[in-house]
Write a protein that binds this ligand. Structure first.
Ligand SMILES: Cc1cc2nc3c(=O)[nH]c(=O)nc-3n(C[C@H](O)[C@H](O)[C@H](O)COP(=O)(O)O)c2cc1C
Length: 191
């Protein structure tokens, strides 16, 4: 067995990359909206379509999501990455993040939390389960409606990644995801 390795062993930490950086909207009982930047998020089921967001209980948004059982994942584009950072560096306890950033709330179809106009994709969710993991509580939400900007669609009616200009979050850096390096199933095709 070859024992030579270039690996350095590290203590366990959240090493996975890339992860998304999304803007999650929620609202209080008076429909006053808030936005929180979330990196601990992802798709967890196909049928029914389900996603999760993991939120620390001390976040202002935590209480809103817990009490209403609703949130919207707004997928940002590279053009608003500074706003994404702002919403992750300031609390709705202290600042109206919509007013401060100029982001525009739009009514959602099903939930009371708003969509963000400037985000090309908005995913409305209803909480189905809360799992208390440790530092974060994981809200598992069923997707109840999806909105896509018309001018971010390709001819097949799908999100055009060149137009949507997705943002990834890698070890503290916001990075674009511009380069196509393969397509689903291409390993089975001759080229
Ligand atoms: C890039 C980025 C990713 C973040 N991801 C998370 C996350 O997954 N979960 C979380 O609880 N907080 C996360 N935060 C921190 C919150 O966004 C931040 O504490 C925010 O100010 C909370 O807002 P609120 O108090 O209005 O809810 C992240 C911050 C940044 C900048």
């Amino acid at each position: 067995m070859v024992t030579i390795s270039n690996k350095i062993k590290k203590a366990p930490y959240t090493a996975l990359y890339p992860v998304p950086a999304v803007l999650v909207t929620c609202a209080d009982e008076n429909l006053k909206p808030n936005v929180i930047t979330i990196a601990w998020t992802g798709t967890v089921n196909s049928v029914p379509p389900m996603v999760y967001v993991s939120v620390r209980p001390d976040r202002f948004s935590y209480k809103l999501i817990k009490e209403t059982g609703e949130f919207v994942i707004n997928v940002p584009s590279a053009g608003i990455v500074k706003e994404v950072d702002f919403c992750g560096m300031n609390s709705g306890r202290d600042v109206d993040k919509f007013a401060a950033t100029g982001l525009t709330p739009l009514p959602a179809a099903v939930v009371k939390a708003p969509l963000i106009k400037e985000c090309p994709v908005n995913i409305e969710c209803q909480v189905k389960q809360v799992i208390e993991l440790g530092s974060h509580h994981m809200f598992i939400g069923e997707i109840v409606s999806v909105h896509i900007d018309q001018d971010s669609l390709n001819q097949k009616g799908q999100v055009d990644m060149d137009l949507a200009k997705a943002v990834s979050y890698c070890a503290g850096e916001y990075r674009g995801v511009d380069l196509i390096i393969g397509t689903h199933g291409y390993s089975r095709r001759s080229r």
